[in-house]
Design a protein around this ligand. Structure first.
Ligand code: NAP
Ligand code: F7E
Length: 368
């Protein structure tokens, strides 16, 4: 019988970890996930893949800030592929916890690459690094490709820059199969609720059912190239299928503002938004309420004229990335990858899923 390939995923409990582990299990891999200790269970996104009948996912205790746990895991598993998705991944939080972010998102990558060398796995183990469009930061060129110079704008971006170059250096110095996927923003119903897209879809659906009055946001004019996480994890796997390790930009090539994301989310619920005021005084008003575009009951609690979006300066960043737009021609040509989910479908997928959550919450609180 053919030996099943072993994949080790760090950050398996996160959005991408959940989609990637499902994808790799589907491909017949034996999947191992590194999980850090938490006071409450943090495996909600992968619960359906753990325990029960095989082939599922095996979880191992470890932390990117702890070399010994990493060495032990790499020694025990001797993985064919490592997907390093673990990270303090919130840009805003990285300004509050810069040292921790550098340790986990920067040095954590180095620890894994050293583990590969320490156990003589250079010829066996392929390494994928979750690099990011945040490397481009204050963009030097539009759109951004593999050749665009970097200019990170946050402790997160700087930590990821260290990780990016460490991967390149270990590839060149020691001949490791180590590659960077420079992924632009990708979202889904599994996205963490503190990222702007999920905050919006959670917020709009909760406002609709009267569970919160309005949604507080920061920079509405920030522009991002948003894709669907399910499409993007496939690219990670494809990057490790190449004969030679190389770095790839993964993006849709389309850009929208945070403001447009709010408008599209509200429109799915039948609410047309109009913006009034400027700067911190700007508000989003439910200007017209019609039939929802998705299949939900027409019993929203929002009234025409109600303020449903406000600006809260706490969500501004000391230095923000105002615009990102990716050029993924190389991936399209060499990996045969392309995004399948459009912006509108992505928003709808998230709104439908969050409406279900909001409805459940409303039922529990007897609001419905
Ligand atoms: P996410 O949902 O925030 O997940 C992050 C994962 O890292 C979680 O499993 C988290 O574990 C784990 N983690 C955090 N600190 C750790 C530590 N000290 N030791 C071990 N694990 C730790 O992030 P994501 O959206 O799935 O993103 C996956 C990766 O891609 C990240 O490296 C991110 O920086 C990068 N990235 C993301 C995007 C995007 O748009 N989503 C784009 C480009 C790059 P807990 O569950 O215990 O917190
Ligand atoms: O912010 C603005 C905010 O936190 C997007 C991570 O996965 O993608 C993600 O980083 C934009 C920023 O994502 C709020 O200022 C406005 O300009 O959803 P975000 P991000 O910073 O782009 C990259 C590629 C990664 O690698 C990261 O790991 O939206 N914004 N108002 C807000 N952002 C948040 N979070 N909350 C707000 O209320």
């Amino acid at each position: 019988m053919k030996r099943r390939k072993k994949a080790l995923i760090t950050g398996i409990t996160g959005q991408d970890g959940a989609y990637l582990s499902e994808f790799l299990v589907g491909k017949g891999y034996e999947v191992f996930g590194m999980v850090r200790r938490s006071s409450l269970p943090n495996t909600g996104r992968i619960r359906h893949l753990c325990g029960g009948s095989s082939p599922g996912v095996n979880l191992l205790q470890g932390d990117l800030a702890d070399s010994e746990s990493i060495f032990r895991i790499v020694m025990e598993i001797r993985p064919d592929e490592i997907y390093n998705l673990g990270s303090q991944s919130h840009v805003g939080v990285s300004f509050k916890e810069p040292e921790y972010t550098a340790d986990v998102s920067g040095i954590g990558t180095l620890r894994f690459l050293e583990a590969i060398r320490m156990f003589n796995l250079e010829k066996k183990t392929k390494f994928y690094q979750a690099s990011t469009s945040e490397l481009f930061g204050k963009v030097r060129e539009i759109p951004q490709s593999e050749k665009t110079p970097f200019y990170p704008r946050s402790p997160y971006g700087v930590a990821k820059l260290f990780a990016y170059w460490t991967v390149v250096n270990y590839r060149e110095a020691y001949g490791l199969f180590a590659a960077n996927g420079i992924l632009f923003n990708h979202e889904s119903p599994l996205r963490g609720e503190e990222f702007v897209t999920r905050k919006i879809t959670r917020g709009v659906t909760r406002v609709y059912l009267g569970l919160q009055d309005c949604l507080s946001l920061g920079n509405l004019d920030s522009r991002r190239d948003w894709g669907h996480a399910r499409d993007y994890v496939k690219a990670m796997w494809l990057i490790l299928r190449r004969k030679k390790p190389e770095d790839f930009v993964i993006a849709t090539g389309r850009q929208h503002s945070v403001r447009e994301f709010v408008e599209m989310s509200a429109k799915k619920m039948g609410i047309i938004i109009r913006w009034r005021g400027k700067g911190l005084k700007e508000v989003g008003i439910a200007y017209k309420i019609g039939r929802p575009e998705i299949d939900i009951p027409e019993k929203g609690r929002v009234k025409e004229g109600q303020v449903i979006v406000r600006i809260d300066p706490r969500f501004y960043r000391p230095s923000d990335v105002s615009t990102l737009l990716g050029n993924s021609k190389k991936a399209r040509k060499l990996l045969g990858w392309k995004p399948e989910v459009s912006f509108g479908q992505l928003v709808e997928d998230m709104i439908v899923s969050d409406f279900e959550l909001a409805e459940k919450e409303a039922r529990e609180k007897s609001v419905l």
